[in-house]
Design a protein around this ligand. Sequence first.
Ligand SMILES: CC(C)(COP(=O)(O)OP(=O)(O)OC[C@H]1O[C@@H](n2cnc3c(N)ncnc32)[C@H](O)[C@@H]1OP(=O)(O)O)[C@@H](O)C(=O)NCCC(=O)NCCS
Length: 153
Amino acid sequence: MGADRLALTLEKSKQLGMDIRIYQDGDFNGIDALWNEAFPNDPPWNHAQKAVPEKTAFQPDLLFVAVDGAEIAGSIMAGYDGHRGWLYAVAVHSKHQRTGLGTALVRKAEEALRALGCGKINLQVRGTNEAVVKFYQHLGYVIEDRLSLGRRL
Ligand SMILES: CC(C)(COP(=O)(O)OP(=O)(O)OC[C@H]1O[C@@H](n2cnc3c(N)ncnc32)[C@H](O)[C@@H]1OP(=O)(O)O)[C@@H](O)C(=O)NCCC(=O)NCCS
């Protein structure tokens, strides 16, 4: 077994029992509550009321939730534009953090993007969210020498 495959297996073994699957309509209240907890200061255009219908209308198979019984314990949204993949809304409920669930969610989204032919994933982290940088570095992501620009349409 190669080193990468072994590392992936070990990561997943920390998360036995938590189902990670594509978002379904009945998950809305759970994902809304999760995002309110995980992203309390996000602007309205990132709220579940806007972002979830947008995503389920476009590449719906790239929005995943981690399910713990009736509760939504985690989420991740991915996007693929034919050139690059992107990750958004990576969130784990506070009571499940540091159990490997965030890792399992990222690996699930990576698998889905790879299956679409994606060869490179980009993501953005708010400048105030340094702890999350450590999380992504742990998963093999590196800080790249880029400036991030955006424009609201
Ligand atoms: C970021 C987040 C998704 C991580 O989820 P998680 O389930 O706790 O992550 P994991 O358990 O898979 O962590 C894997 C490794 O990442 C690193 N890591 C995770 N959280 C970290 C933190 N707060 N500080 C430093 N390192 C961290 C650790 O090396 C950890 O391994 P360890 O627990 O064996 O030390 C979760 O903290 C979260 O939902 N945060 C709030 C929402 C958010 O900011 N999302 C990111 C938006 S860009």
